[in-house]
Design a protein around this ligand. Structure first.
Ligand code: ZN
Length: 850
């Protein structure tokens, strides 16, 4: 669907739909190019609505016939939907439409993937299936009949009947159309059962293509763990007789929480030790949990409109993070989440795409499935919990489920629940939902006669459409350490509510060292002028594992920045401090592996830009390489021992213990490769019996400029496994040296297996290109040009994936004039493409900052 003039939709314009839907009956007659969809829907005038215009959304549909109460009608049809005169009383609407699933490459609505029918309706895909009020506040029960020759035909809810050539499903829980799903194909299942706390027996299935049945066991275990956890921690039980998960190869997102029928990108559910890394396993466990948790936070309580997307996503991301922390290691999970937040959300919040967690307008809602809505949205829930305490949080959540079960709710409803459960005024907290940008918290301190004073000053930079900001409620967790490293004041939550505020700590025998923002208690940037000695002190003594790690991180950042700007040598305080932590074998190997990580190059570019220096991507890359080499040399005596300790002799398990050791093994192997030229990595590649070890050794060899034979061997071994071949594509681009990154990517696009219409494969190459900071920002501009060329090619086929990939350009204003000119030219080129989609038009307009 193309728009001549995309329209902007505003939160303030919300009005309820003029009708309620009492029930929906759908019949699908499946056919690849001409599927018939017959709908029978009972509408009643909505007494809460002022406007009773009967408008049904519908796009790319061929209307065959329509009737009201059995009488044929001729509605007024446009490319957006239809209007029709209707009675001022309840009536039955019937329509028959034809759609083309095989021709649907946008992967929205009903489409085909490898001969299998599937759907994706969030946010506004149902309108490509039939005419309907496609908005989340219109909820109804659905009865679905599928006529077809496929072996397996699934929809939402419970199965009610099936026979030769048909299957019938009924979903008793009223739901919005975005939760509708249908799957039909030659699938086989990995079955299991689960008994809920109250004794309800539930049938569980993971449906996959033949050949993938050996990769379902882990996902099934993750599902059962999620079901138990949600009962234990949130008191939420499953509410249907069957829960189906289907793996699909062509999918724009990670997974979708359709009621009773979750549809997953196969990369987010299929797992085996031979083909999946430890990180894949952890991600799969988290995504299965996330989609399952949506059954309550998203499905039973849904969103009134798409501006409230963070209501379901922020809360559900927060819940899945709690789950992972419980299943694995809490500090490790927190650190990884903050790395991700700083790597993806902070650049968004500090650039032209910046928007509030609850946006106030959009052109294309698909462009707002962002790190800000999801990850910052989850941080907001975490802050609320910190502010009210664990007990009050649990009480508020119980009230939320009691009060809003069956509702299409808003952020106002959510905050009111907390206000009612705790008696707290949350009007200032609400600014977190409406003000964009990452707050800065500047710290100054004073000590005299036993009293330590901490002054915190908050400010948030201007963001598009928001020049001035008001102070937010920022929970700052602070502990104090004495001169010998003992904790002299336990963690206390300081509530920063004003622009500037002072907090005092009494009865201290000596000037303490503060540990500020423990556990990363708020998504802010801390501005604290401390000495390297003070950071090194926290790195060796802080009792808060997050801040201890962050002290190492900030030392690394500081040394890299002075290496880049002043040509300084790598800091001894950093090298010694990290080595001391690595030597401590009482610490979790996963935690020690994280200690060896360095800030991302894009994060360094942002820090330079914030400090008034134009970042030079090549200089950032060189400094990072130099520091890595210095670290390898500095630790050369320790590395073999650490690497040896990290070896796992037991049979492979993707659990926290083993994967932590493999993470340390991989981090140390990467440093050892800098000393031995790849000898150990080649030996480990040769004997690797799981994907984690195989990929880690291969990565080391590529980084060392070797591994050509191994890359070929890897391809030959895995050429029939599409998910592993995605890794093969991605690795080569993400690890290419900056001089050759664009060439490597360009060459791979010529490979016979580069199926660019598959979103996973497209992202494997171009996501990796955008992530290779120095390669993407090579001064020649060839990578910019290559990406733009492919975005232009993909847009008519799949606008959603194209639009998301445009964000690779979002930080362009950080760089020098030369690079800005090069990127600007590519943005202009994309913008000038005839028939550009609404999705991409909006993204490019925002990035250009028009
Ligand atoms: Zn979600």
């Amino acid at each position: 669907m193309r728009d001549a003039a995309p329209t902007t939709i505003y939160l303030k314009d919300y009005t309820p739909f003029g009708f309620t839907v009492d029930d929906v009956h759908l019949t699908f007659d499946l056919s690849p190019n001409a599927t018939r969809v017959t709908s029978r829907i009972t509408f009643s005038p909505n007494p809460d609505a002022a406007d009773h215009t009967f408008f049904l959304h519908g796009e790319e549909l061929k209307l065959i016939r329509a009737s009201i109460d059995g009488q044929p009608v001729l509605p007024n049809v446009t490319d957006k939907g239809l209007t029709c005169d209707v009675p001022n009383a309840p009536f039955v609407w019937e329509a028959e439409v034809e759609v083309d699933p095989a021709g649907n490459t946008a992967l929205e609505g009903l489409y085909m993937s490898n001969g299998m029918y599937c759907t994706q309706c969030e946010a506004e895909g149902f309108r490509k299936i039939t005419y309907y009020p496609d908005r989340p506040d219109v909820m109804s029960t659905f009865t679905v009949r599928i006529n077809g020759t496929e072996k397996v035909m699934l929809s939402n809810g419970n199965p009610t009947d099936q026979g030769d050539g048909f299957a019938e499903w009924h979903d008793p829980w009223p739901k919005p159309a975005y939760l509708f799903a249908l799957v039909a194909g030659d699938l086989i299942n990995h079955p299991d059962r689960f008994t809920t706390k109250s004794g309800k027996d539930v049938e569980l299935n993971i449906w996959v293509r033949p050949g993938d049945e050996g990769k379902c066991a882990f996902g099934m275990e993750a599902l059962k763990k999620s079901m138990t956890w949600d009962e234990d921690v949130y008191g939420r039980e499953y509410d249907l007789d069957v829960f189906n998960i289907v793996a699909v190869d062509d999918f724009n997102m990670g997974a979708m929480e359709n009621k009773g029928l979750n549809i997953f990108n196969s990369s987010c559910v299929l797992a085996s030790p031979e083909t999946s890394t430890d990180d894949n396993f952890e991600r799969i466990e988290a995504i299965i949990a996330h989609e399952y948790f949506h059954n309550w936070t998203g499905n039973r309580i849904t969103c009134r409109d798409w501006f409230q997307l963070c209501l379901k996503e922020g809360l559900t991301v927060f819940r899945d993070a709690q789950f992972t922390a419980d299943m694995r290691s809490e500090p490790v999970k927190r650190i990884r989440d903050v790395i991700d937040l700083r790597g993806r959300q902070f650049p968004e919040d500090n650039g032209p795409l910046s928007h509030p967690v609850r946006p106030e307008s959009f052109v294309e809602i698909n462009n707002f499935y962002t790190a800000t809505v999801y990850e910052k949205g989850a941080e907001l829930i975490g802050m609320l919990k910190t502010l009210v305490g664990d007990e009050a949080y649990a009480k508020a959540l119980d009230l939320y489920f009691d009060r809003h079960d069956g509702d299409a709710a808003t952020i106002e409803d959510w905050l009111q629940v907390f206000a009612d459960a705790t008696g707290r005024d949350l009007s200032q907290f609400k600014r977190w939902y409406s003000q964009a940008g990452t707050p800065r918290v500047a710290v100054s301190e004073d000590y005299s006669e036993g009293t330590y004073t901490l002054t915190l000053k908050q400010s948030t930079p201007a963001t598009p459409g928001q020049d001035t900001k008001q102070p937010q409620v920022i929970p700052v967790a602070v502990g104090l350490l004495g001169p010998n490293g003992d904790e002299v004041a336990e963690t206390r939550i300081l509530e920063l509510t004003e622009a500037e505020q002072t907090f005092t700590f009494d009865g201290l025998a000596a000037k303490p060292t503060p540990s500020i923002l423990r556990g990363f208690s708020a998504p802010v940037i801390l501005e604290h002028d401390t000495s390297s000695a003070q950071r090194a002190f926290l790195l060796s003594h802080d009792t808060d594992p997050f801040n201890r790690w962050d002290a190492g991180r900030s030392l690394a950042r500081e040394t890299l920045l002075t290496m880049i700007t002043d040509g300084a040598a790598p800091s001894g305080a950093y090298l010694d401090g990290v080595q001391a932590v690595l030597r401590d074998d009482t610490l979790d190997p996963a935690y020690r592996a994280l200690m060896l990580g360095l800030p991302g190059q894009s994060e360094l570019a942002a820090a330079l830009h914030d400090g008034g220096t134009t970042p030079d991507p090549q200089a950032i890359w060189s400094a990072t390489e130099t520091l890595r080499q210095a670290q390898a040399q500095h630790m050369q005596d320790l590395l073999p021992r650490l690497h040896g300790e990290a070896q796992v002799s037991a049979p492979y398990l993707p659990d926290a213990d083993q994967s932590g050791r493999r993470a340390l093994g991989s981090a140390t192997l990467s440093l050892i490769t800098r000393l031995d030229g790849g000898a150990l990595a080649a030996a480990e590649y040769a004997k690797a019996d799981n994907m984690t070890l195989q990929l880690s050794a291969l990565g080391c060899l590529i980084r060392a400029g070797k591994g050509e034979a191994e890359l070929q061997a890897f391809y030959d071994q895995w050429k029939d496994d599409r998910l592993v071949i995605d890794k093969w594509f991605g690795l080569q681009v993400s690890l290419a040296d900056p001089e050759h990154t664009a060439t490597v990517a360009q060459t791979l696009t010529q490979h016979a297996d580069f199926n660019w219409k598959n979103p996973n494969r497209f992202r494997a190459v171009f996501g990796a290109l955008a992530m290779n900071h120095a390669g993407f920002h090579h001064a020649s501009g060839t990578a910019y040009e290559l990406l733009a060329e492919w975005l232009i090619q993909l847009d008519p086929v799949n606008p959603q994936t194209t639009a998301r990939m445009c964000s690779a350009f979002q930080t362009w204003r950080r760089y020098d004039e030369g690079r800005q000119t090069l990127i600007g030219a590519q943005l202009d080129r994309i913008a000038a493409t005839p028939q550009l989609s609404r999705d991409v038009t909006e993204m490019i307009t925002r990035i250009r900052g028009a």
